[in-house]
Write a new protein. Sequence first.
Length: 276
Amino acid sequence: MPRRKSSVVGREFGDAVRKIIEPTGLTHRKIAEELGWDEAKLSDLVRGKGGVTEADLMQLLGFCRVKPPEVQRLLALFNETRENGYLQIPEDGIPDQVRLLIDQERLANAVTVWSMNLVPGHLQTVDYMRALVAKGTPNEAVDYEDVIRARIARRELFHWSRTFVFYIHEQALHLPVGGPDVMKDQLIHLGGMAERSYITVRIVPTALGGHAGVSGSFLQLSYQKFDPVIFIESKTSSLFLEDKASLATYSSVLKLLDAQALDEQESKELIKSILT
């Protein structure tokens, strides 16, 4: 039986369970009564905390008359909830990775990003995004305009109720994505976003040489109600890490980057200097 602790895959599983319950028109209390469950058991399940066996899940799915393909998907998700971390390899394209990340970012009260080669996705202009797509490896199975729309949706996350910290390597500011005009607009946009009170931009200077983030880019999500999560994205997959050892390692990387990066004002001045 999965532990009663919320995880990324547990929360995705819980959302899926909530969706199969909705068409019944029954309250959680009524369903729990029909199944002979404690209401708290069903409540934990839809909140991503698990607390059920595979037999319990099959009982619920049968009660809700879930069709076989969805049963198989939910069983696969259920088995993932027993693992440390969550590796997702979407069948129908990159946007699924972005949407799952956005779902988790909406729950977070703090987002910390380390970006080694590019301006972070949250802060990219549409032209910068399109230039990256144009130079990337084409994949006929992916609708890249859908990818861009999904990434643009992340802008809705910016709100004073959350804090955002972006550590960016200086090389990302010099990489000529899309040409001079695109980069000029991108740097102006980056500088403008850095002026918002809830957004911190810190540049790791090229002159530093080796630095704490050489192993690659990642994102840390911090929550009020859940344990932190580390997100790593590749071309065709995404990985959420939640085990204590990984969280401690990436936390140490962020502490070192905090010591190595320019402060906020120095970072703003560097961005302006590249523009001029």
